[in-house]
Design a protein around this ligand. Structure first.
Ligand code: ZN
Length: 150
């Protein structure tokens, strides 16, 4: 990644200690912090210390570290807040530095309602119905099986 992108990135600033954050846990390659706009109490983020926009471009070691730290923090969240479980997802479009969301969740909370609503959209959208077609699913599986191992 080029230097300019690193310098403008808030997560890189946190890694360098140039921006404030509530640090929960870290190892040599990853950092776990509280999200400053939480969906639920304890909502955390795990980021690699290196500026990498998409999680699938991490090295094997960074990937292992990221998910190891995610599990450590998820277990801390379970202990501290006793949710039903900890939801995990990675996005990264708003801040292009890989980050895993760890969100303690329970039935009926904000995140639960969001994913329930998402499923309603999935069931009704015409464009998505085409993807459910058995032939379309078989074609997608064939495409995936055909791709070489990265
Ligand atoms: Zn960054």
């Amino acid at each position: 990644m080029d230097k300019k992108a690193d310098q403008r990135c808030v997560f890189c600033e946190i890694v360098r200690g140039q921006a404030p954050a509530h640090l929960i846990y870290e190892d040599e390659l990853s950092l776990g912090i509280l999200d400053i706009n939480p969906f639920t109490e304890g909502h955390s983020l795990v980021i690699p210390k290196r500026h990498v926009p998409w999680w699938h471009d991490l090295t094997e070691e960074e990937n292992e570290s990221l998910f190891r730290v995610a599990r450590i923090i998820a277990r801390k969240l379970m202990k501290a807040f006793a949710p039903e479980f900890v939801c995990l997802y990675a996005r990264g479009r708003r801040i292009p530095h890989t980050h895993i969301f760890l969100i303690p969740t329970k039935s009926g909370d904000f995140l639960d309602r969001f994913f329930n609503d998402l499923e309603k959209v999935q069931e009704s959208a015409v464009e998505l119905a085409k993807l459910r077609d058995p032939a379309a699913l078989a074609a997608a599986a064939l495409k995936l099986k055909g791709t070489e191992k990265a």
